[in-house]
Write a protein that binds this ligand. Structure first.
Ligand SMILES: Nc1nc2c(ncn2[C@@H]2O[C@H](COP(=O)(O)OP(=O)(O)OP(=O)(O)O)[C@@H](O)[C@H]2O)c(=O)[nH]1
Length: 306
């Protein structure tokens, strides 16, 4: 482990350092509470454990621990265990330190065997914490990603669009939204089976992602429906971009089980006018999509009334 010792007494610090190095740990040292917090701010992510003296100049161990725990936040991946060292074995001191955010308390003079045992426990704690954070990150990714296409799912798409609408409102930048619907998808399912339909959905998502302009965000918002928002893009520019997506899809036929499938999409586009709700904005693009289907499919329609 990489361990930071915060101890103002040079002899205690040296003894502790030698002992930890004997146990094959990497040791860095600071000599007061202020330095401890500063070191943690700059290099905290590289550390595995803090061993902190209770009584130190500038900031006590407790004050430093409180600051460090505040910096980390509750679910921050940079969380690491903290052991407090003190000459006092008063119940009040022990309680105060643990309450402040320390995980263990050792009285001086330090019994080396006891310290080694505590280090083992702290390693276990840090390891469990890391695994929990990593599991949470995976769960978060799963809950925002469409399992079939790996695009953002409807929930994530709407969340990201909300943030983009807020930015557009605040900075007066243009923003447009489009809804893409695959044409005659039922026929594809009927011909190639549901599995074949799934493969086609994946292929379309892959192509959209490949053609995608930086900043544009695609999401799968329904069975065979994709949403797209285009930041910094006016209605006319969004129309042109969607026309490009449409053509790139239809011009390159897709081969599935040695048969060429003609893939086309109908698209409805609408610009955000900084007054409508997200529901109204998507409805505006949906109305244009309806017209695109009505006019014969494989086309982009811009809703100018939105
Ligand atoms: N394979 C597959 N099919 C899906 C999925 N989600 C929805 N569908 C199918 O998509 C088809 C959509 O059919 P319709 O709404 O009739 O539309 P369409 O055949 O594309 O016709 P138009 O939109 O009018 O061009 C339905 O048959 C759904 O079962 C999916 O995840 N996988």
């Amino acid at each position: 482990m990489k361990i930071l010792i915060a101890e103002d007494a040079p002899s205690d610090r040296l003894l502790l350092k030698l002992h930890l190095e004997k146990l094959c740990h990497d040791v860095v040292e600071v000599s007061n509470g202020e330095e401890l917090v500063e070191y943690f701010k700059s290099y905290g992510v590289d550390l595995d454990l803090l061993v902190v003296d209770l009584n130190m100049p500038y900031k006590t161990g407790v004050e430093a621990v409180v600051e460090i725990r505040e910096l980390q936040g509750n679910y921050d991946a940079s969380w690491i265990p903290i052991i407090i060292l003190s000459g006092s074995d008063s119940d009040d001191d022990i309680f105060r330190c643990i309450e402040a955010g320390a995980d263990d308390y050792l009285t001086k003079p330090i019994q080396h065997k006891v310290l080694a045992a505590k280090l083992l426990a702290m390693m276990r704690l840090a390891d469990m914490r890391k695994r929990l954070v990593s599991a949470n990150t995976s769960l978060e990714a799963l809950s925002t990603t469409d399992y079939l296409t790996s695009l953002p799912n409807r929930r994530a798409f709407e969340k990201d669009l909300s943030a983009e609408m807020a930015k557009s409102l605040r900075y007066g930048q243009s923003l447009s939204v489009a809804v893409f619907d695959i044409d005659h998808f039922k026929q594809i399912n009927d011909t190639y089976g549901h599995e074949g339909g799934d493969v086609v959905l994946k292929e379309i998502a892959r192509r959209f992602n490949r053609f995608k302009r930086a900043g544009d965000v695609f999401g799968r918002i329904g069975g065979e429906e994709f949403g797209l928002f285009l930041p910094y893009t006016t209605a006319q520019e969004a129309f042109t971009a969607c026309e490009r997506y449409r053509m790139l899809l239809s011009e390159d036929k897709y081969s599935y089980e040695s048969q060429l499938i003609n893939l086309t999409v109908s698209v409805g586009v609408c610009a955000y006018h900084n007054e409508e709700t997200q529901l109204e904005l998507i409805k505006c693009a949906d109305q244009a999509l309806y017209q695109a289907k009505h006019q014969g499919r494989d086309r982009v329609v811009l809703n100018c009334t939105g």
